[in-house]
Design a protein around this ligand. Structure first.
Ligand code: ZN
Length: 330
């Protein structure tokens, strides 16, 4: 009896109420984290040409922006620092200064919005003059263990300023363990670690690297970021970070890796985030500009897919336009 003409799938879809009853809900605003960029100075709000609707802010202007975001229900940000060109050096040491844009932004946001959930990207690629995600040894290769020490110092710096959580993104082996130990030693036992646990060497980071000016000067990142063609290793990366003490795992990027989200979701009970990266955001804008699709319907469709795959948390540039996303499927 379980087939046509007794079974008719359209029966289930005939009214909006029925469709709404069976549909999973669109992710609530609390599930979103808005990634954004901060630069030193004041009075700066500069639109990023490759990412319409996204800006580079000075700390004061970011604070001014938060009211609109919070009233739309978004309660979390992920901050990326952009140091002035003259401040970049071999070790990325300007990330540890009190006049670093991230340090200042955290302090100001924490004062103005005590309840805001503030995550910070913990990496060195924007701060080093060679553009790699860590410290290089004499032969020009990434020194994994020396880099961990510096990443842990950056994490402490952000925690001191008032960050709720730090998000190490360098794909250094042992970085979560190193940062957890250092945070605990300094009494920051409640500072979360949201690890970029499975971060792929992807072609979808282009618009972001233009903003951060963080493309490696020589070589690339395939020696430390995850290969897109090895899903077993992609799983191991996240599961190792769980053992090291991560509080939240992450898959980055999102759209080309929905299968990895599904698999990690099945292997862990930790919260799982996915990072809907700049190239994924910009390609929808480019499609919409050509008149080939409705911007917010396409955005909603991709975000729902990430959620359906098993991501609990959506790190997405769409977060600051949450009100425009389609919340019901007609
Ligand atoms: Zn990096």
């Amino acid at each position: 009896m379980n087939h046509f003409p007794h079974t008719r799938m359209r029966r289930l879809r005939q009214t909006k109420h029925l469709r709404d009853m069976f549909n999973m809900p669109f992710p609530a605003p609390e599930k979103f984290i808005w990634p954004t960029f901060v630069v030193s100075g004041s009075g700066i709000k500069e639109e990023i040409s490759a990412m319409p609707g996204q800006y580079i802010f000075s700390p004061d202007m970011l604070v001014a922006e938060m009211n609109a975001l919070i009233s739309s229900g978004i309660s979390s940000v992920l901050l990326f620092g952009i140091p002035n060109e003259g401040k970049k050096n071999k070790t990325g040491s300007s990330a540890l200064l009190k006049d670093d844009s991230v340090y200042k932004a955290i302090s100001l946001l924490r004062t103005s919005y005590p309840e805001l959930t503030i995550f910070t990207d913990v990496c060195m690629c924007a701060y080093t003059n060679h553009g790699h995600c860590g410290i290089l040894d004499e032969s020009g290769h990434l020194d994994n263990d020396a880099s961990i020490k510096q990443l842990a110092e950056i994490a402490i710096h952000h925690a001191k300023a008032g960050a709720t959580g730090v998000a190490p993104s360098a794909m250094a082996d042992g970085q979560v363990l190193g940062i957890r130990k250092k945070l605990d030693e300094h009494g920051f036992i409640n500072t979360l670690i949201m690890s970029y646990s499975t971060k792929f060497a992807s072609s979808f980071y282009g618009p972001f690297r233009e903003v951060e000016q963080s493309s490696p000067g020589g070589g690339n990142r395939v020696a430390y970021q995850q290969s897109m063609a090895d899903s077993k290793q992609a799983l191991r990366e996240s599961l190792l970070d769980e053992v090291e003490g991560a509080d939240i795992l992450m898959v980055k990027p999102a759209l080309s890796y929905l299968d990895i989200i599904v698999k990690i979701r099945q292997k862990t009970n930790l919260p799982l985030a996915t990072y809907n990266v700049s190239g994924e955001y910009s390609m929808l804008h480019a499609t919409a500009e050509k008149g080939w699709g409705n911007l917010y319907e396409m955005a909603s469709e991709t975000l729902l897919a990430m959620n359906r795959a098993g991501a609990d948390i959506l790190i997405s540039y769409w977060a600051n336009q949450y009100g425009k996303l389609i919340k019901d499927n007609h």
